[in-house]
Every structure is written in C-alpha cells, then in structure tokens.
Write a protein that binds this ligand. Structure first.
Ligand code: ZN
Length: 413
C-alpha cells in the first residue's frame, strides 16, 4: 500500500493548486481543476462507480455497498485539493527522507531554513518513519493532499483489497477550502450521504468535532475631505485617522489571536484601507460559544458607536455577517459519528484524542447543513508554510482507520 500511497502524494503535490481569494471563478484557480481532473481519471481507473466532475469542479464517486444488510448509513469522505494562499505552492519539489533518524533537517533551496525537533516536537514521533518535506521555498501541500492521497488509497483498498463489509461509500474532492468557499456549490442531495468525515488533520488518533463559530465584520468610515490648506476652516474629517483610533481601542491584550489560546475567542482585523474620505476595516470574530461571539460583535459595534459620538460629522457603519458555526452544537445531539471514529482508531491500533480547532473546517458548514462531519487526522504537520511535512506511515494509518470506520458503520450504524 505504501508505495502507491507515496507515489500518489508526490504526484498531487507537484500540481500548483493554490487558491485565490480575489478570484471570482469557481474553482478560484485553474491549477485546482488540473488536479481535480486527474483525480476524476484515477478514480475511474480504480473502478469507482458514478465518477463525476460537476461544473464547479467537485469530483464525486461511489463505492457500492458489499453488504446485504439494508438501511446501512451512507458514509462520505472529503478532502480539499487547494493549498493556502499564505505561501507559494508553485514548483513544489517534494523530498522523501526514508527512515527519518531524528536529526535537524535542512532545505536545498533555502539554506537558512531548518526543520528542528526542538521547535517541531511532533518530528520526534516520526523517527523511523518515511517523511516528506518541500525544498525550502514553497509549502509542501500535505494540507490537504495527504487527505486526498489517503482517500484515493482507501478507494483502492475498498475495491481491491479488503473483504470487510461496508455500506455505500461516497467520495468527494472539493476546491477552495482555504478561502472558505469549499462547500458553496456542493449539492448535498446529489451526494446523498448520511454522515461524512473530512480527512484534513494532524497526528494519528486526532479527531476534531469542535470548531470555532465565526462571523465577519466590516466597518466603513466616511470622512470629509478638503484641501489640507483649508482643512481646519472647512472641517476636514479624516477617516483613516478614525480607523486607527478604532484599532487602538480594541482590547488587544485579551482579545486578539496573538494574545489568546485554548477556548478564548478574538476580534482580529484582517485587512484595512483608508484615505481621508473613506476607510474600511475588515475583521473576523471568533468564539466557541455563540454567546461569546455575539459579545464580540456587540463590543465592536459599541466601539463604533463611541467613535461616532466622538466625531458626529463622520458616518460610521459596522456590518456583521455570519460565516460558520461550531459543529459541536449539532454533534453533541448525536455523537455516533465521533464515537465510531474513536472505535475505528482503536481498531487500527491508535489512541484517539480530541482536538479542539481554533478555526473552521468544511465540516463546520456541512454539519450545520445537516450532514454531520467531524475532521480526522491524515498526517499534516506545520501547514501553510515552508516547514510543512508529512509521514507516509501516518497517512497509511488513516487509510486503515477509515477502512475500519466503513465496517463499523455497517455493523453498528
Ligand atoms: Zn486543510
């Protein structure tokens, strides 16, 4: 299994699939369609049923049930093909370090960069494994091509290797997760799944069924512009200055991503542009609980009202829009998807552990839309940067765990 798994992974990471938030096409970049088309072909060659690519680029397939039992829930496995806009994914040169010996790794294309177990402690768990890094100037793309390679290898295993009984299984590869659009154009009825898992996580045993809830806010400040020579006489109101005042008023010490951890939420300015006439500041608001999220929205609106009161000639608006919700609100009502995943990990010889994600996943959206979708490990480490790496044996563990998971839904679902 490991040779096919590794060669798949190496093939996928060499295709540049970086997504782009400022694009309005779907998928946002053409490279994603190249990989999606390749996956469509490979799924057909493996013998999967009903292999399709929708006009928005989603590649879906079906593994028919091999059980005579009826009413077995249909399980779907998801992975996203895009890589993060934060770091280049062009010309990725993957390097395989066979039987990693625990040393500090260097990168041929960037001599100042090192991957060190002292600062990346998860490397210590990888001693003896075959690990893969990039060459120093790009990310690797293990997020989420590890998930893609795991699912493709699972398809091969289910169709040609294991004899384990399972119900209907659905596969879905999607674009644009990293820019928050991954589920925007998916027809869930067409997919027809009862429960799903995204393969987009870290170390073996990790399961994530709790994520942030997220809102986005936009503050628009309109000032009054005049020539500076008569600014005082004509009553200039500088919107850029007011935007600075708003940022300075935020309680940054207890409410920013760089000053919080664990279960604390935050208000985070992600983008601003400002001139005298008009300034716009965009924020993301995050909290695990809806109450905390609402408090953060209220706080921002309160600061805007205060700013407005301090300068009545300006016009200040604060618009808040919903992004995604903590999947735990739905999963707590029926924990079977989580419990069976834990059981599958144990059956695969792994120790399950919960990971609470300070972020959202495609599964946050899917779960809210009625398809419960926890996230499972697939061997992603240091994502979104040049120090990203993965271990072949960790991806293999994910394949084995998902094979068990299909069997458990057949027996117990
Ligand atoms: Zn991901």
């Amino acid at each position: 299994m490991s040779a096919n798994l590794l060669s798949r992974f190496l093939r996928y990471v060499q295709i540049d699939t970086q997504s782009n938030e400022s694009s309005d096409t779907f998928p946002s970049t053409p490279g994603q369609s190249v990989l999606l088309e390749l996956l469509r072909q490979e799924l057909s060659e493996l013998g999967a049923a009903d292999v399709q690519m929708t006009k928005h680029g989603y590649v879906t397939a079906r593994i028919p049930a091999n059980t005579r039992k009826t009413r077995v829930p249909t399980v779907a496995f998801f992975a996203h093909v895009d890589t993060a806009p934060d770091c280049s994914g062009k010309g990725v040169k993957p390097i395989v370090h066979r039987k990693y010996d625990g040393r500090v790794l260097t990168f041929p294309d960037n001599p100042t960069l090192t991957l060190d177990p002292a600062t990346s402690p998860e490397l210590r768990t990888a001693v003896g494994k075959d690990i893969v890094t990039a060459s120093g100037t790009t990310l690797l793309g293990s997020d989420d091509k590890s998930g893609v390679a795991v699912i493709m290898t699972l398809v091969e295993r289910l169709l040609h290797e294991t004899k384990r009984k399972h119900g209907e299984i659905r596969i879905c590869f999607n674009p644009d997760e990293e820019i928050g659009r991954g589920m925007d154009k998916l027809d869930l009825r067409m997919l027809g799944a009862d429960v799903a898992y995204t393969l987009d996580g870290g170390a073996p045993g990790e399961i994530c069924w709790e994520t942030f809830s997220g809102d986005a806010a936009e503050v628009i400040i309109e000032g009054i512009t005049t020539h500076t020579m008569e600014a005082r006489a004509k009553g200039m109101v500088n919107a850029a200055y007011l935007a600075g005042k708003l940022l300075a008023a935020l309680p940054r010490e207890r409410c920013a991503p760089e000053t919080t951890e664990g279960r604390d939420g935050f208000i985070h300015p992600i983008e601003m542009e400002g001139r005298t006439e008009r300034a716009i500041v965009k924020f993301i608001l995050r909290d695990f609980e809806l109450k905390g999220l609402a408090e953060k929205g209220n706080m921002l609106q309160g600061l805007c009202r205060g700013l407005q009161a301090s300068e009545p000639r300006a016009r200040i608006r604060c618009k808040i829009r919903k992004q995604y919700r903590n999947m735990a609100y739905w999963l707590r009502k029926d924990m079977r998807p989580v419990e069976l995943a834990r059981e599958a990990f144990l059956a695969a010889g792994l120790k399950p552990y919960d990971h609470v994600a300070r972020g959202g996943t495609d599964g946050s959206r899917l779960t809210e839309l009625g398809l419960p979708t926890p996230n499972l490990f697939c061997g992603e480490y240091n994502p979104h940067g040049p120090l990203e790496w993965t271990a072949v044996q960790d991806m293999e563990s994910a394949v084995i765990a998902c094979d068990h998971l299909g069997g458990l839904w057949e027996r117990k679902g």
